[in-house]
Design a protein around this ligand. Structure first.
Ligand code: HMG
Ligand code: MG
Length: 302
């Protein structure tokens, strides 16, 4: 499989990046972050989640954030919706895409969305139907496709099972997530191959947390398989509140540096992306988790 010449990055910083932040992040800061990301050339932005504010307080301002964004033509804005209640609230804010999120691990499903994998599929089915009837694209996120914080290693058969169920209810694209960042390339490859039994190469993406520093290697092996869509989070922000110990997603700046260095187009202006990362890191009062972002930022002042 030839390495793709162009890659689409889905920026998940405003959602995955901020959902686990303990300090309050005002809606205005989230909106400004989205504006900076789109100014940097990101055309796919996962903005927020319509989830229970009791479960994830940081996303309680989902509607306000969606309403505050000055939308840029050509940019697609997605939101997470765990159930019909979330979908109905999301619909009012006119997302281009919704994300239903399930887990390959039974224990993580219970911790994250308070139901079994089978129940989650039953719950998503009417959400998918309603979204597609409204002309909204449906993406599925599959958590714990290589490892689970509660169950340990996850076999590829379980990923294949989940991908099949997602496909069966009409999900149009699935992201293969290493939620806790334990995966290494061959394990990730097997999870991706299991997914490709049910989805076309053009309908899958990688979503790698970087806890063990493997996310770029995992990205590379997927590129070698022909995967051309990846989620990433500016400044390496992120983590799921129900995946203890997991750190952020792979930093968008690092992925862009890797891709541009390999001659792969992204349409993203790395300098402006670094500025967006600096903006949110300054607000949070800590330095960026992006290695390339840090190196290139420091180089500016020399
Ligand atoms: P539940 O408690 O079982 O829900 O939670 P319920 O249906 O029994 O309702 C309980 C209460 O929640 C009710 O309110 C509902 O109205 C309310 P009350 O009567 O008590 O006042 N409620 C809602 N409120 C707002 N929006 C909603 C909603 N639904 C119910 N949509 C539920 C089930 C799914 C809601 C809950 O478990 C939840 O919100 N979980 C979200 C967890 C989450 O957001 N996790 C992070 C995102 S996933 C992720 O990060 C992984 C990913 O990045 C990929 C990877 O890395 O693996 C995507
Ligand atoms: Mg995630």
């Amino acid at each position: 499989m030839p390495i793709p010449s162009r890659v689409k990055l889905v920026e998940v910083g405003p959602r995955d990046g901020l959902q686990n932040e303990k300090q309050a992040v005002p809606a205005a800061v989230k909106i400004e972050l989205v504006h900076r990301l789109q100014a940097a050339g990101l055309t796919e932005i996962e903005v927020t989640s319509f989830v229970s504010p009791k479960w994830v307080p940081q996303m309680a301002d989902a509607a306000e954030v969606m309403a505050g964004i000055t939308r840029r033509p050509g940019v697609r804005y997605s939101v997470l919706t765990p159930n019909l209640k979330g979908f109905e609230a999301a619909l009012l804010t006119k997302p281009d895409e919704i994300v239903v999120f399930a887990s390959a691990s039974e224990a993580f499903s219970q911790k994250n969305i308070n139901c079994s994998i089978a129940e989650s599929i039953e719950r998503f089915a009417p959400v998918v139907d309603a979204a597609r009837a409204a002309g909204i694209y449906v993406r599925g996120a599959m958590s714990c496709t290589v490892g689970c914080p509660y169950e340990g290693d996850i076999a590829p058969e379980r990923v294949s099972y989940l991908a099949g169920r997602m496909r069966g209810i009409g999900v149009q694209h699935v992201g293969v997530a290493d939620t806790i960042g334990v995966g290494t390339p061959l394990k990730v490859q097997r999870a991706m191959e299991a997914t490709l039994k049910h989805f076309n190469i053009n309908d899958v993406s990688g979503h790698f947390h970087d806890t063990y520093g493997q996310a770029l290697a995992n990205t590379l092996i997927c590129l070698q398989m022909g995967v051309w869509q990846f989620d990433a989070s500016v400044a390496g922000l992120g983590g799921c509140p129900y995946a203890k110990g997991a750190t952020g997603n792979v930093a968008s700046e690092d992925v862009v540096y890797l891709l541009h260095g390999m001659g792969i187009e992204t349409g993203i202006d790395l300098d402006k992306l670094i500025d967006a990362g600096q903006f949110i890191s300054d607000f949070l009062g800590r330095s960026t988790q992006s290695r390339a972002g840090k190196a290139l930022f420091n180089k500016r002042s020399t």
